[in-house]
Design a protein around this ligand. Structure first.
Ligand code: SAM
Ligand code: SF4
Length: 337
């Protein structure tokens, strides 16, 4: 469903890109410590700095009023935030009232518990991150997760009718031997599979250069073994999709490192403390929490105008041997993946 009236002042940046997609990190905390995402010992934000649900709702409302039609909840792990389903229900009530879609990206550990609530709140699609189907490897990558919990969560979500896309960070020498088995597994269960290139976000204590797997190259290898039919699925995001004739499923490639996708970017990201980042790979930001706390709705609106002026043309990630520090010091769990 699309909202009937166009917004009074749509969010359009200096490059003419229409911002219609808001990703909200509801917490920087997580019950996993995936090796590419977090360090073993992370210091999380003090809870008092984190936006309340009322504040998140006000900010989300301001975006919807100005033409944002899609919201994704992420983190950290969104389902570990206490009473998260209260927020899901409130935002879900805006579906059809300006909002077209509410989605979620989760590690799946708490999904079995929340699948029914998500479906009831109007969520139709979720992304579940899963990098391996091998129990020991899963424990090693996530440092503290249990594969069985995630598989149970996926089964529960499917039983509730939620469409699922599996996100897999493809890592050379870590899980690249599982790409084809994961594709067969996901497609055989009516789920899409999207492969992600590891990005240099935050210090995590592993060598990202060694495990970096260029997905363009992988695409060409797969194209020799499978019939990959390019899909013209425009998400405004970094993923490119193909239909795999042999498996009947959709395979996505998120290639921020080997392909720059910024010209069609339609999204911004709100951190758990209310900083609005205009780009995952740049530091430009606007403090929406202070705007809201100090000046209410009008100040928030003005801050959104400022954000449109600040959205950069693109990121410029590079990964090479000369790079000793991450491109961006924020972890993905802070900006919201
Ligand atoms: N905890 C949830 C999850 O894992 O799905 C949501 C947040 S997580 C930060 C979102 C996505 O970012 C996951 O699919 C994860 O694999 C991916 N991710 C985290 N750090 C990354 C990095 N440095 N490079 C590429 N993808 C990353
Ligand atoms: Fe947690 Fe998701 Fe980061 Fe893994 S990728 S540590 S599950 S936030």
């Amino acid at each position: 469903m699309t909202s009937s009236l166009p917004p009074a002042r749509p969010l359009i940046d200096r490059y003419g890109r229409h911002i219609s997609y808001l990703r909200i990190s509801v917490t920087d905390r997580c019950d996993f410590r995936c090796v590419y995402c977090m360090a073993e010992d992370m210091t999380f934000l003090p809870k008092r700095e984190v936006l309340s649900f009322e504040e998140i709702e006000s900010i989300a409302g301001a975006f919807i009023d100005r033409g944002a039609t899609r919201i994704r909840l992420t983190g950290g792990e969104p389902l570990v935030r206490r009473d998260i389903m209260d927020l899901v229900r409130t935002l879900g009530s805006r579906i059809g009232q300006g909002l077209d879609e509410l989605t979620l990206t989760t590690n799946g550990s708490q999904l079995a518990k929340h699948a029914a609530g998500l479906a009831e709140a109007g969520v139709k699609r979720i992304n579940v991150s899963l990098d391996t189907l091998d129990e020991a490897r899963f424990a090693a990558i996530t440092r503290r997760g249990r594969l069985g919990d995630v598989l149970a969560g996926i089964a529960a979500a499917q039983a509730e009718g939620l469409a699922i896309k599996i996100n897999m960070v493809a890592m050379a020498g870590v899980n690249d031997d599982e790409i084809e088995p994961m594709m067969a597994w996901a497609h055989g269960r009516d789920m899409g599979l999207t492969l992600i290139e590891g990005m240099p976000l935050g210090e995590v204590g592993i060598d990202r250069v060694d495990s970096y797997l260029p997905l363009r190259q992988l695409h060409d290898q797969l194209a020799r073994r499978y019939t990959l039919e390019k899909l013209d699925k425009k998400t405004g995001g970094p993923a490119r999709y193909v239909h795999v004739a042999e498996t009947g499923g959709v395979l996505g490639f998120i290639t921020p490192m080997s392909h720059n996708f910024c010209e069609s970017c339609n999204r911004v990201r709100l951190t758990a403390t209310g900083q609005l980042f205009m780009c995952l790979g740049q530091d430009d930001q606007v403090n929406l929490r202070d705007a809201l706390r100090d000046g209410g709705g009008p100040a928030l609106d003005a801050a959104l105008d400022q954000a449109m002026l600040l959205k950069p043309k693109g990121h410029d990630f590079v990964l090479d041997r000369s790079m000793t520090t991450p491109a961006v010091t924020r972890h993905m769990s802070v900006t919201g993946g």
